[in-house]
Design a protein around this ligand. Structure first.
Ligand code: ADP
Length: 303
């Protein structure tokens, strides 16, 4: 889509009222089921805590899958701190709607993006209450005109609140990948996420340890600043795969900040190789998972 078309039919209304926006009708169940094809693999990226690198992992995984030739969408459901628009170099862009019913995703380097950041483009502080939050995420997921996706990556809000659980159920996820840092405090919270997904009968595809170590350019050694070995015992205890351990990379952080992650992907050989391996892991894993396309059989969890 050209930049000139971006503000055409822009849905009006404040983000608090995304569900009640006068120009964007609230979705209904039959519409919901049509926008995401049942053969799209929908992968949630989740963490117990904020700030562990969940959005960074979501973005780079989307990039790695896309560079392997897959059609990829990325939903920034981290309503509390939408960072995907910035990471993809499209901050401040606004969504458009061609029919008043659905949002058009914003494309960056062939990846289809949707984020609350495209709906609310000013920096007003927002207060989200549970049902409103779930409704907003729901609309971003089901009222976006995703185009023939093979993979839809969902960057979930951190934690195990109502919104995370609701969307995890409604999205008919193929599975979830958990992101954590090595610290105990992060592991305690990611354990809660893992148990919540299992309660919902959602497959935990594996765990990624982010900011696992720092490679010193002077001595060439890897330094496990936040501790080493916690993850193996955690994964063994819970019978979950440790998919990867990613290094601390100041360059990665700065490419995220200036929106050049895609352009610089190959410029970080260690990091990009690890993300390609994660993408390969996922592709292989998908072939062993039979996707359940019946929304009826998803269990409903009550608190
Ligand atoms: P979350 O989505 O869990 O809140 P982010 O992906 O936004 O976390 O990352 C939080 C901060 O940490 C960002 O500034 C990001 O650039 C930085 N960051 C994430 N992963 C790494 C990494 N492996 N090395 C260095 N900085 C990282």
């Amino acid at each position: 889509m050209g930049a000139s078309g971006l503000h055409k039919n822009k849905p009006k209304g404040k983000i608090e009222s995304i569900g009640e926006s006068p120009s964007l009708k609230r979705s209904n169940e039959s519409f919901q089921n049509k926008t995401v094809k049942t053969n799209t693999q929908i992968i949630a990226i989740a963490s117990g805590k904020g700030g562990v690198g969940k959005s960074t992992v979501s973005s780079n995984l989307a990039i790695a899958l896309s560079k392997k030739g897959s059609k990829v969408g990325l939903l920034d459901a981290d309503i509390y701190g939408p960072s995907i628009p910035r990471m993809f170099g499209v901050p401040g862009q606004s969504v458009t709607s061609n029919d008043g019913n659905s949002f058009e995703p914003i494309e960056s380097n062939g990846i289809q993006l949707m984020s609350i950041g495209f709906v609310q483009t000013n920096n007003d502080a927002m207060i989200w209450r549970g049902p409103m939050l779930s409704q907003a995420i729901n609309q971003l997921l089901f009222q976006t005109n995703w185009k023939d996706l093979e993979y839809l990556i969902i960057d979930l809000p951190p934690g195990t609140g109502d919104a995370q659980l609701t969307i995890s159920q409604k999205a008919n996820l193929t599975g979830a990948i958990l992101v954590t840092t090595p610290q105990h405090i992060s592991l305690i919270d990611v354990e809660k996420s893992l148990l919540a997904f299992r309660k919902l009968d959602i497959e935990v595809l594996g765990l990624i340890e982010n900011m696992s170590y720092f490679n010193c350019a002077d001595c060439g050694k890897d330094h496990y600043i936040f501790g080493e070995g916690n993850m193996e015992s955690f994964c063994e205890k819970h019978g979950v795969d440790l998919i990867s351990n990613l290094p601390i990379s100041p360059e990665l952080a700065s490419y995220s900040d200036d929106g050049t992650l895609f352009l610089n992907f190959e410029n970080l050989p260690v990091v990009s190789k690890k993300y390609q391996q994660i993408a390969d892991y996922l592709i292989t894993k998908m072939s062993s998972i039979e996707k359940n396309d019946s929304l009826d059989s998803i269990p409903v969890v009550t608190e």
